[in-house]
Design a protein around this ligand. Structure first.
Ligand code: BTN
Length: 247
């Protein structure tokens, strides 16, 4: 059953498709899977209060409304994993390249970030009741001045892409993995996420708690925290931005 992207609201200019989706949810009951797509976002939001910059018309900036069932608020990171897996898969399918997921949910091609995810969810009782899945995927943008770690599908693959086709591929894979999740197969999502996870079980250098240590990522906790085993044998857990990879 295809639910994602059956309805696409196309906007020319909007501050943020996530904000637009939130307003829509406050005033109406949009069907599950409704997508909001912007040609230009002038107040795009990134993770942890950052700004998401995207050249107008060159990329995909969109949000999808979901009403997930039986996902406890305490383990909502599974939704973030599911979206990262779908987005990474879509990137691979259309580009023919092999992306990695950088914890928590950046999508990398050749170690450069081509996509990011911002999920804003609401809780009712113990479980999630709604989620706005915001996704920024750099498709055809060529210049990333001042953003040395950012890139696009076009830069990495050396050719331009049809944004519409990329979006349809993304909807189809999001739909597929959302069904896997809603059938309760979280183990599959966990497995696919770890398969794509940048640095998983690989030796690396990490800056944390004011110092730099050797270690490797050994897992992701249910609450989304990153688990690292340091060469000293000490195992620690981190929130986003508490630790930096220095490969
Ligand atoms: C990140 O910091 O990596 C997350 C970026 C998320 C950007 C997308 S673009 C569409 C949606 N609307 C927003 O304002 N942000 C998300």
């Amino acid at each position: 059953m295809q639910i994602i992207g059956n309805q696409v609201i196309r906007l020319q200019d909007v501050d943020s498709t996530n904000n637009f989706a939130a307003n829509l949810l406050n005033t109406t009951l949009p069907p599950e899977g409704t997508a909001i797509l912007a040609y230009n976002q002038f107040g795009g939001k990134g993770q942890r209060g950052a700004v998401w910059q995207a050249e107008p018309g060159a990329n995909l900036t969109l949000s999808v409304i979901l009403y997930p069932k039986k996902i406890p608020a305490s383990s909502q990171f599974i939704l973030s994993k599911m979206v990262a897996v779908a987005l990474a898969d879509a990137v691979d399918e259309v580009s023919g390249l092999s992306s990695r997921i950088k914890w928590p949910n950046d999508i990398l091609l050749n170690n450069k970030k081509v996509a990011g995810i911002l999920i804003e969810s609401a809780v009712s009782g113990m479980n999630l009741s709604q989620a706005i899945i915001g996704m920024g995927l750099n498709v055809n943008q060529q210049n990333f001045e001042g953003l040395p770690r950012a890139s696009s599908l076009a830069v990495e693959a050396g050719k331009a892409f049809d944004k519409e086709q990329v979006m349809q591929q993304l909807f189809s894979l999001l739909n597929y993995y959302y069904m896997v999740l809603q059938r309760g197969n979280t183990a599959k999502i966990d497995e696919l996420y770890l398969e794509k996870l940048f640095g998983y079980r690989e030796d690396g250098l990490f800056r944390h708690s004011g110092g730099i240590d050797k270690g490797k990522i050994t897992g992701i906790k249910e609450n989304g925290r990153l688990e690292i085993e340091f060469s000293t044998g000490r195992v620690m857990e981190f929130e986003n931005k508490e630790v930096e990879f220095l490969y």
